[in-house]
Write a protein that binds this ligand. Structure first.
Ligand SMILES: [Zn+2]
Length: 390
C-alpha cells in the first residue's frame, strides 16, 4: 500500500485574507505594492545581509513581507510573485510573511492573480477606509482630479491624482492608469487598495482596478464637498488623516516655532541662528508662521498656518513687524502678541489633515474665525419672557 507523499503535491496558494498563524510553510501568489531594499549588519560578526521589505497584495488583503537575500534586482512595485514555503509570523499585532533560504520565490504573471468580482466585495463608505484596506468596493463622486508627470527609474509616467467624496467624507486617490476620469463623475470602484502617502490614507487604483460610471443619484453633489461639515479630531486620528476636511475648535495653545521666522532662500527650511540644515550659513528670508493647537473637545490638532493666515489671525503684517524690529529687537514679543490674539478663539479650518507620531496636523487652505453666538440684550429677553408668561 502506498500513498503519494504530501510534499510532492503542489501546495495550494493561501488567499491573503485567509492568512493564519502557522509554523508550516505556505504558498501564496501576490503583487508587490511597495519594496525597500536594505543592508542589515549582523551584530555577531559584522557580516552584511540584504533584506527586502514591503507590502504584498492579492486583492483580498495586503500584508507586510520581508525577504532575506533577495535577487539583486527585478523585484519592484507591480511585480507578481509566487512563493512556496513562505513563513507566517506576527509582528506588532499584524500577520506578515517572510521568505528565507528555504522559501522558493519566482515571478509570476499578473493574469494568474485571482479575479475578484466587484459584486463579491463589500461596499464601504470612504470614511471607514484605513491604510492597508483591500477587497472592498465603493461608490463615490470625483471632487477634483489632476495629472502629474513623474519619473520612475528612466521612465516618464503620468499619475492621476485627486479626491473622491461620498456621504461619509472624502478620500485622496491616485492611479497610474488613465481611466479618463473627470471631475464631478460618479463611479463604482473595486479592486483598489488603501495606501498611505505623506501621513494620509490614499486609494490606489492600478490596472486591476475596476472603474464604472454610475448615475450617482444617491451621492452628494460636487458643491457639497467644498462646504463639508466639520469632522471630529478624534475621528481624524482614527482614520489617519484626510483630504479637504473641515475641523472646528478652540485655540488652546501656540507651539514654537510661531511668529517671525527666517527661511533658507534655497530650500525654504527654517534657519536656526542663520544656519540652514542643508545649505549652511545663509541670508535667511523673513516669514510668518503659526502652529496653533486647536481643541474640539474630542482631541487636539496642530494647525500649520502660513504667512497669510498668520497675518490675519495676528492682526499684523510681516512688513509691519520688520519695521517694529528696529525699536523692538526681541521677536518673541510677536509670538506673545499672536498668542494673546488667538487664544480662546473659535476657528473653522479647512484643508488636509495628516497623522504621525505627534498627532494630527492640519494644513489649512482656509481658516475662518467663527463668531460666538451673541446673547440677546437683557431688555430683549425680558420682552420675550413677558410675551410667553401670563
Ligand atoms: Zn537650505
Amino acid at each position: 500500500m502506498s500513498s503519494t507523499p504530501p510534499e510532492s503535491s503542489a501546495p495550494s496558494e493561501v488567499r491573503l485574507k485567509d492568512l493564519r498563524r502557522t509554523d508550516d510553510g505556505i504558498a501564496l501568489l501576490a503583487r508587490v505594492v511597495s519594496a525597500n531594499r536594505r543592508e542589515i549588519t549582523r551584530k555577531s560578526d559584522g557580516g552584511r545581509r540584504t533584506m527586502l521589505s514591503g507590502i504584498l497584495t492579492d486583492g483580498t488583503a495586503s500584508v507586510r513581507f520581508t525577504w532575506w537575500d533577495p535577487p539583486p534586482e527585478g523585484v519592484e512595485r507591480g511585480t507578481v510573485l509566487r512563493a512556496v514555503n513562505a513563513k507566517v509570523r506576527e509582528f506588532q499585532g499584524h500577520l506578515e510573511v517572510s521568505f528565507d533560504g528555504r522559501s522558493r520565490v519566482a515571478e509570476a504573471s499578473p493574469l494568474e492573480l485571482p479575479a475578484l468580482a466587484s459584486a463579491e466585495l463589500p461596499r464601504r463608505p470612504l470614511a471607514s477606509l484605513r491604510p492597508r484596506d483591500e477587497g472592498f468596493s465603493l461608490e463615490a463622486r470625483i471632487v477634483r482630479i489632476g495629472e502629474k508627470n513623474v519619473t520612475v527609474g528612466d521612465e516618464r509616467r503620468v499619475v492621476y491624482e485627486g479626491v473622491l467624496g461620498d456621504a461619509s467624507g472624502t478620500l485622496a486617490f491616485s492611479c497610474w492608469t488613465d481611466f479618463r476620469l473627470k471631475s464631478g463623475e460618479a463611479l463604482r470602484i473595486s479592486g483598489g487598495y488603501i495606501g498611505s502617502f505623506r501621513g494620509r490614507p490614499q486609494l490606489v487604483l492600478d490596472e486591476r482596478a475596476q472603474v464604472d460610471r454610475i448615475s450617482g443619484a444617491e451621492l452628494p453633489g460636487p458643491e457639497r464637498f467644498a462646504n463639508a461639515p466639520p469632522r471630529s479630531i478624534a475621528d481624524l486620528e482614527v482614520s489617519a488623516g484626510g483630504v479637504d476636511v473641515c475641523v472646528e475648535g478652540i485655540v488652546v495653545g501656540l507651539s514654537p516655532p510661531s511668529g517671525l521666522v527666517y527661511r533658507c532662500p534655497t530650500c525654504r527650511r527654517q534657519t536656526q541662528g542663520g544656519l540652514c540644515r542643508l545649505h549652511g550659513r545663509v541670508e535667511g528670508e523673513p516669514d510668518l508662521r503659526a502652529r496653533l493647537v486647536l481643541d474640539d473637545g474630542t482631541g487636539s490638532a496642530t494647525v500649520q498656518a502660513g504667512r497669510a493666515d498668520t497675518e490675519l489671525l495676528g492682526g499684523f503684517t510681516l512688513s509691519e513687524l520688520l519695521g517694529r524690529l528696529r525699536s523692538q529687537p526681541d521677536p518673541s514679543r510677536f509670538e506673545e502678541e499672536l498668542f494673546e490674539r488667538t487664544f480662546g478663539e473659535r476657528l473653522r479650518v479647512r484643508g488636509d489633515a495628516s497623522r504621525d507620531d505627534f498627532g494630527v496636523s492640519l494644513y489649512p487652505s482656509k481658516i475662518e474665525r467663527v463668531l460666538p453666538v451673541r446673547a440677546p440684550p437683557i431688555e430683549e429677553l425680558e420682552r420675550r419672557l413677558k410675551e410667553v408668561l401670563p
